[in-house]
Design a protein around this ligand. Structure first.
Ligand SMILES: [Zn+2]
Length: 282
C-alpha cells in the first residue's frame, strides 16, 4: 500500500502533468477553432464571389494557413460556386499539394504561392476573370478609384503583360513558378493587378477584406466605364481620400464596414441562418 507521502507525491506529479498539458490543450483547441473558422470563411468566399459575379466557373480563392505561414489553403479544382469544406486542400509555397488523394488541382495555383512568398502581409488572394476589369487591362486607360469603397485601388493598378513575362508564349495562363513570380513582381506592394486579356488578382490581410476588395474592384470598374462614357472630365479619389476610406475599413468593428457587408454576403450565399455558431462566417 503506498505511503501517504508517496500518494501525496504522486498526486503532485499528476497535477503537475495535468497543468503542463493545459496550455497544449488550450492552444490545440484554439488552433483547431481558428483553422475551422478560416476554412468556413474560405468556403463562404468562394460562394460569395460567384453570387456577386466576380468569378464564374473559373477563378480561385486562397488563404494563408493560420498556423503555418509557409502553407496555404485552397479548393481542389472546382467551380467556386460549388466549393464545400471537403474540397479544401493544403499546399506548400511551391504549390505542391500536401495530401493530393487523387484530386485535381488548379493549374494557375502558382499565382498564389508566389504572391505569398513575396508578400508576408498578404493572407488571402483571389484570381478571377472579373469581367468589367478586362477593358482596363487591354487599353491604356488605367483603373482608378472613383468611389469611396475602392480606395485600395490607389495609388495605382499595374497591368501584367504575359508577352513581357514569357516572350513567345501562346498562352495567357500563369502555370508555373517563373510566371507566378513575374506576376507577383508586377503586383509589387499594391492590392490589385490586372492581367491583360485574362483577369486580375486581388490580395488582402484576411479573407473578408480581400472579398470586399474583389467585389468593389468590379463595382469601381463598372462605375468608371459609366463615368468615362459621359465624355466629361472624371474626378477620381485623390490619395488622401483613398487612404481615409481604407483607414476606416482597417478599423472595421462588428456591425460596421467590412463586417456588415460580410454578414449580408454570407447569408445570401450560404442561406438564412448561416451566420449561426459553427457555421460559415463565424
Ligand atoms: Zn485565370
Amino acid at each position: 500500500m503506498p505511503s501517504p507521502f508517496h500518494f501525496g507525491r504522486s498526486l503532485v506529479a499528476g497535477l503537475t502533468m495535468m497543468l503542463a498539458a493545459i496550455p497544449a490543450l488550450v492552444s490545440g483547441v484554439a488552433a483547431e477553432t481558428s483553422l475551422d473558422a478560416v476554412i468556413n470563411d474560405l468556403v463562404a468566399a468562394n460562394r460569395i464571389l460567384y453570387r456577386q459575379g466576380v468569378v464564374d466557373g473559373f477563378g480561385h480563392v486562397s488563404v494563408r494557413h493560420p498556423a503555418n505561414p509557409d502553407r496555404y489553403l485552397m479548393s481542389s479544382s472546382q467551380a467556386p460556386g460549388r466549393v464545400t469544406k471537403d474540397d479544401i486542400m493544403e499546399f506548400d509555397l511551391e504549390s505542391r499539394p500536401i495530401d493530393l488523394r487523387g484530386r485535381t488541382i488548379y493549374s494557375e495555383r502558382f499565382i498564389h504561392s508566389e504572391i505569398y512568398k513575396a508578400r508576408p502581409d498578404v493572407h488571402a488572394i483571389l484570381h478571377s476573370h472579373s469581367p468589367t476589369v478586362i477593358p482596363f487591362g487591354a487599353t491604356n486607360v488605367p483603373l482608378r478609384p472613383i468611389v469611396n469603397t475602392a480606395g485600395f485601388l490607389s495609388p495605382e493598378v499595374p497591368v501584367f503583360e504575359m508577352r513581357r513575362a514569357a516572350a513567345g508564349s501562346r498562352s495567357l495562363l500563369v502555370t508555373d513558378t517563373k510566371l507566378g513570380k513575374a506576376l507577383a513582381e508586377t503586383l509589387g506592394n499594391r492590392t490589385v493587378a490586372l492581367m491583360r486579356g485574362h483577369g486580375n488578382v486581388v490580395v488582402g490581410p484576411n479573407i473578408r477584406r480581400m472579398v470586399s476588395r474583389a467585389i468593389y474592384t468590379e463595382v469601381n470598374a463598372r462605375l468608371q466605364l459609366q463615368a468615362l462614357a459621359l465624355g466629361s472630365q472624371v474626378i477620381y479619389l485623390d490619395e488622401t481620400e483613398a487612404r481615409a476610406g481604407e483607414d476606416n475599413r482597417d478599423k472595421s468593428e462588428r456591425g460596421h464596414s467590412t463586417d456588415r457587408t460580410w454578414q449580408m454576403w454570407v447569408e445570401e450565399a450560404m442561406g438564412p441562418g448561416s451566420m449561426g455558431p459553427g457555421s460559415p462566417g463565424r
